[in-house]
Design a protein around this ligand. Structure first.
Ligand code: FDA
Length: 307
């Protein structure tokens, strides 16, 4: 019951102001957000890479309201890529981007987001890495998939995300598996209506397995985005049955969640990528993490009350 309420709050400016100003917030946010600046995230990138983990870096932010903010988002990623180049970490870290941060929801936003993300994808390719387009709410997905297809003409390694809770996703998975895409599959983190999305958790898990099977049997590169132990075990089994070698798929988990599992999978020889978010506009990302596990909300409430 709490999850949908928290997701509704993630879109409220009033709640954003309240949560951001609450004493104790920063301490809880730090569990999921690796820092506010590039300088703060660099030691974490080094540390994770040193432990044999791969990374995908996300400069947090979404739903911007001005064109200038979309340019700032592009520039933040370009600065990050420049730092990765200096550090020689280009091949260990890819980037995850939310197109709404690149202007997708503004007037003429599709073209603006494409124009903003292209130089980021180019800069990433120049240092030997790539970009994955995150999946946001269902109204944004046709545009995201069209941008993905456009970028892949020059940069075939560009990835995208599909969400198991959406009814449309099995069809998307078939199309993407046939054209050899890099695809991250996740359960889905937004508040979606019953007309477009499965609401029952165990049905979402079953859909996840069906979709992952399509990806594993296809021509692309599946990226299993989940912390769910059952889905991780099923992912390993589906990869084995599809005859995939360890470097023909990967696992992905979020920074701050089940960190010991990141290390266990890497030690088993799996490619394990940690989605590492940083930046100042952390509110939406943070609230989705609270919604996924109500116990996080209790921890958060306690830390506010004891400050
Ligand atoms: P589930 O929610 O069942 O969690 C399984 C277990 O993991 C829990 O029992 C708990 O132990 C732990 N866990 C999970 N979430 C936790 C949390 N927040 N705090 C503490 N423990 C937690 N979604 C989306 O819509 N678009 C996207 O682009 C992405 N991108 C993305 C990238 C990566 C690398 C991951 C791992 C996830 C995403 N997501 C996402 C989020 C995804 O849709 C989903 O909401 C979360 O991964 C939670 O689902 P799980 O599969 O982990 O299972």
């Amino acid at each position: 019951m709490l999850g949908p309420l928290i997701l509704a709050a993630s879109r409220s400016d009033k709640m954003r102001r309240f949560v951001s100003a609450a004493p104790g917030t920063k301490q809880v946010v730090a569990r999921f957000i690796a820092g506010e600046t590039v300088d703060q995230v660099v030691p974490i990138v080094r540390d994770l890479a040193g432990k044999g983990l791969e990374l995908t870096l996300d400069v947090v932010g979404e739903d911007i309201t001005t064109v200038e903010q979309s340019y700032a988002a592009r520039d933040a990623y370009l600065e990050l890529i420049e730092r990765l180049k200096e550090l020689g970490l280009g091949e260990r870290a890819e980037m995850s981007v939310k197109l709404s941060m690149f202007g997708q929801s503004l007037d003429g936003g599709h073209d603006l987001a494409l124009a903003n993300v292209r130089p980021v994808v180019e800069a990433a390719a120049a240092i030997g890495t790539t970009v994955t387009l995150d999946a946001e709410d269902h109204t944004t997905l046709d545009s995201m998939f069209a941008i993905h297809e456009e970028l892949r003409k020059d940069f075939p390694q560009t990835g995208c995300v599909i969400q198991a809770y959406l009814y449309r996703t099995e069809d998307d998975a078939r199309r993407l598996a046939a054209n050899g895409s890099r695809v991250r599959i996740v359960k889905g983190a937004y508040k979606e209506p019953a007309e477009v999305a499965i609401q029952d958790k165990s049905e979402i898990d079953k859909a996840y397995v069906r979709i992952l099977k399509i990806l594993m049997e296809g021509e692309g590169y599946p990226m299993i985005g989940s912390h769910d132990p059952r889905l991780i075990a099923i992912g390993q089994e589906l990869a084995r049955r599809a005859g995939r070698k360890l470097d023909e798929y990967e696992f992905q988990m979020l920074y701050g969640i089940r960190s010991e599992e990141h290390l266990r999978l890497a030690a088993e020889g799996h490619r394990m990528r940690v989605y590492t978010a940083y930046g100042t506009d952390w509110y939406g990302y943070f609230m989705r993490r609270l919604a996924e596990k109500p116990a996080n909300l209790l921890f958060f409430a306690r830390s506010i009350l004891t400050k």
